[in-house]
Design a protein around this ligand. Structure first.
Ligand code: DOR
Length: 433
């Protein structure tokens, strides 16, 4: 199959001619040129050069901060058949992402400083910025806290047992107390296992019709509520991942009124699909937390629009065909989302729901960087170029050939999207889509 992306090292100068530059930090929109030299921004302005240098015509295109995803599963170490840090980086570049945080549910679990070092060292060789998240508990077993302090010193940017919820409230409380010492967020996959029971999809009319056991909203929202209260009690930072229910949104909104260390994310798939999309038992829509009903979807869209939810995160979760080409009950949970993310959220939030493009960009650039304390002032002379260039108007159909991940478990294949990444520039590389 033809590859849909080409990567070149930027040699010498590269002129990006006349893009619409949207700076989400300064909240400015301008029409200018951007001159890059190797991996740096050399100049932004009206640039006339006598020399004959490589120029990309960006007329009609938008240039902004490279996208930042706080939630990806790159399966490295241990499951290189599904994804590696390298293939995950390709997938990220194809989606306009220049910076990602990797979840620790690998084999072995990333729960030691040595494994944090491993991820950082491997990441340094790759064309995007990779920040490891360390496990909250040893082996993600949910009981003994991992070496959080040592992992933090080694470069862990947050702690999570994602994929598995911290069931024990005392363990969660202690994790928050420790993470507070380092000022980094705890990210708990909120799902009460007893309430979820053997639920395979959202509990409701559709699950009844399909004859599949349901996973109720309250399995998530009750644990989100507990986590918010524990964060308030301990004064620690809590980032709520993949919010899927209206009640969780309400709890987050309420807590944000009085306690400022709460942030939250939503995935493109929870914004795009509802449980009605599962009627053909598409295993690529089997995900944890499950895709909810249309009312929940509306609540998530509203929450992004009014700022209750801060950012978009893909929860890119690669699985191989053995995991997905099976019956719904046996299929693995998770779907890939990096390559399709922008086209999906631009379509839902900007085209259909009339969110301003500036605000959408903030949810994919500024807000996730702020949550992790990453540099947010990127469009400046002298900075390393960390840029995405996209066509905000291009409508296109997402195809398997657009996937650079090693896994193909995307429910977006053959869906019509709006907004297409054209170039991603990161660490001195130019990825052309
Ligand atoms: O559906 C999911 N898959 N949700 C998670 O939280 C984990 C992920 C995975 O690692 O496959």
């Amino acid at each position: 199959m033809e590859k849909s992306m080409k990567i070149d090292k930027i040699k010498g100068k590269l002129l990006l001619k006349n893009p619409k530059i949207i700076d989400p930090l300064k909240e400015t929109v301008s029409q200018n040129d951007v001159l890059l030299e190797h991996n740096k921004i050399a100049e932004i302005g009206s640039i006339k050069l006598d020399e004959d240098i490589k120029t990309i015509d960006c007329n009609g295109l938008v240039l902004t901060h490279g996208f930042c995803d706080l939630h990806v599963h790159f399966r490295d170490p241990g499951n290189g058949d599904k994804e590696t840090l390298e293939s995950g980086s390709q997938s990220a570049l194809a989606g306009g992402f220049t910076r990602v945080c990797t979840m620790p549910n690998t084999v072995p679990t990333i729960d030691t400083p040595e494994l944090i070092n491993y991820t950082i060292e491997q990441g340094e060789k790759l064309p995007i910025h990779i920040h490891p998240i360390g496990a909250i508990t040893q082996g993600q077993a949910g009981s003994e806290l991992s070496e959080m302090g040592l992992m933090f010193k080694a470069g862990a940017v947050a702690f999570s047992d994602d994929g598995l919820p911290i069931q024990n409230g005392l363990v969660m409380r202690k994790a928050l107390e420790y993470s507070k010492m380092f000022g980094v967020p705890i990210i708990n996959h909120a799902e009460d296992e007893c309430l979820r029971a053997d639920g395979l999809m959202n509990e409701g009319e559709v699950s009844t019709r399909l004859g599949l056991p349901g996973n109720p909203n309250i399995a998530e929202s009750i644990m989100v509520f507990r986590d918010l209260k524990l964060a308030e009690l301990t004064g620690a930072k809590l980032h709520v991942p993949h919010v899927s229910t209206a009640d969780s949104v309400e709890h987050i909104k309420e807590m944000k009124n009085t306690f400022e260390k709460i942030t939250a994310e939503v995935t493109p798939h929870h914004l795009f699909f509802s449980d009605e999309s599962l009627q053909h038992y598409n295993t690529n829509l089997k995900v944890a937390p499950p895709i909810r009903d249309p009312q929940s979807r509306k609540a998530l869209i509203e929450a992004i629009k009014n700022g209750t939810i801060d950012c978009i995160a893909t929860d890119h979760a690669p699985h191989n065909s053995h995991g997905k080409e099976t019956t719904f009950d046996l299929a693995s949970c998770g779907l890939i989302g990096l390559e399709s993310c922008f086209g999906v959220v631009k379509k839902v939030l900007v085209d259909e729901e009339k969110l301003g493009l500036m605000n959408l960009i903030k949810t994919m650039t500024l807000n996730p960087r702020k949550i992790m304390g990453f540099d947010c002032d990127l469009l400046k002379k002298g900075k390393d170029a960390e840029i995405v260039v996209f066509d905000e108007k291009e409508e296109w159909t997402f195809k398997k050939k657009n996937i650079l991940s090693k896994s193909k478990n995307s429910p977006f294949i053959n869906h019509h999207l709006s907004g297409k990444v054209k170039f991603t520039i990161s660490k001195g590389y130019l990825a052309t889509l």
